[in-house]
Design a protein around this ligand. Structure first.
Ligand code: ATP
Length: 348
């Protein structure tokens, strides 16, 4: 069992707080993704779990055992980083075998284990090459094979796809998902890419400036963002956010009038997703001149300026308009999320 418990784990350097009271129970075999912008504390959290960084306060438990004072090599975690960390003078076979050697796994098991790990990431044909003679994607797969060669309790992956081109990213992403399922190992995966987070995670942790903003399944985070930061970070495009005011149950802002908000009044931020809105035949709740039109193949994305922001609406793929032409969208209250404008917290 490799459940991981983080109990108010904090990292400070002087006055600067890198991670603030991170509190979370990660289930055995869970695929957990830490998501957030650069500098939000993802890597630091990961390094503390690995034992490469000491927490300033708080406890870290792996498999029910407190590991704060345990060396990285005694924590039974395997790490994959964005810089692959391969040994340039060893060939692929030797690179993959390395952890077995370090851990003194009996020599007679090496051949079979390396063969199995390399087959899993489809590297069988490259075992005699040195890293310099491999593509970025192949090097990444060597790093993965090296992590899986000895089935650790925990996988820690820090932006393992960031050096790959778009196409390889998608295929390697699928491979990682498949591997973690096959191997049934608890995995913590760091990324700033929300699509990676949504596609890989059982649960996502969204972080900002060292503070956890929300923990939930990809669907929970997408459908019910806890605040405007999460709403603006998840989704492609991110949720539209318009500042305005509710008067007599109607949300009003420049170019916007959405009735149906009883029980709310005063300044609020109203959010909706481009794909939940639609092009209005007559007058819609949002009306403004077209700012841009993008053909996406399966749809047409129309952007207008409304409520002090650029607001995107997903239209059918045949839809055509022109910049500055009048545009009107159906944005009923039922698709809207309301947030406190000052704190950003969700209110409805
Ligand atoms: P990125 O996506 O850019 O890797 P991250 O979310 O992984 O970002 P961290 O590397 O965890 O961010 O860093 C969190 C914060 O802590 C950053 O503001 C960083 O500058 C700071 N930090 C990291 N290491 C140190 C250190 N040794 N001393 C002081 N500050 C540090």
């Amino acid at each position: 069992m490799a459940e991981i418990n983080l109990k108010r784990v904090t990292k400070r350097w002087g006055d600067f707080v890198g991670v603030h009271e991170f509190d979370l129970d990660i289930a055995d075999r869970e695929f957990l993704v830490l998501l957030g912008p650069s500098g939000c504390g993802k890597t630091t959290t990961m390094r503390m779990i690995a034992g490469l960084e000491d927490p300033t306060s708080g406890d870290i438990l792996i498999g029910g055992r407190r590991v704060n004072d345990l060396d990285p090599k005694d924590r039974d975690v395997a790490m994959v980083f964005q810089s692959y960390g391969l040994y340039p003078n060893m060939n692929v076979w030797e690179n993959i075998r390395f952890p077995l050697k370090v851990r003194k796994v009996p020599e007679e098991e090496h051949e079979e284990r390396v063969r199995r790990a390399s087959a899993m990431v489809e590297l069988d044909d490259f075992l005699h090459r040195k890293p310099a003679a491999l593509s970025g994607g192949q090097r990444q797969r060597v790093a993965l094979a090296r992590a899986i060669v000895r089935t650790p309790k925990v996988f820690l992956m820090d932006e393992p796809l960031s050096n790959l081109d778009a196409k390889l990213r998608v295929s390697t992403r699928a491979q990682i998902k498949n591997l973690s399922h096959e191997l049934q190992v608890t995995t913590i995966y760091v990324t700033h890419d929300q699509i990676e987070a949504m596609t890989l995670a059982d649960r996502v942790v969204v972080m900002k400036q060292g503070i956890v903003q929300q923990v939930g399944t990809p669907t929970e985070i997408y459908d019910n963002p806890a605040n405007t930061f999460v709403a603006g970070f998840i989704g492609s495009p991110a949720m539209n956010l318009m500042d305005g005011e509710v008067v007599d149950g109607t949300f009003k802002a420049e170019g916007v009038s959405i009735p149906g908000f009883s029980g709310v009044s005063g300044p609020v931020t109203c959010g909706f997703r481009a794909e939940d809105a639609s092009v209005a035949e007559g007058e819609g709740e949002v009306g403004a001149p077209v700012y841009s039109m993008e053909l996406l193949g399966d749809s047409t994305m129309v952007t207008v300026r409304a409520g002090g922001a650029l607001v995107a609406v997903k239209a059918p793929k045949e839809f055509r308009t022109q910049i500055k032409a009048p545009f009107s969208a159906h944005v009923p209250a039922s698709i809207c999320h309301l947030f406190n404008t000052e704190t950003g917290e969700r209110i409805a």
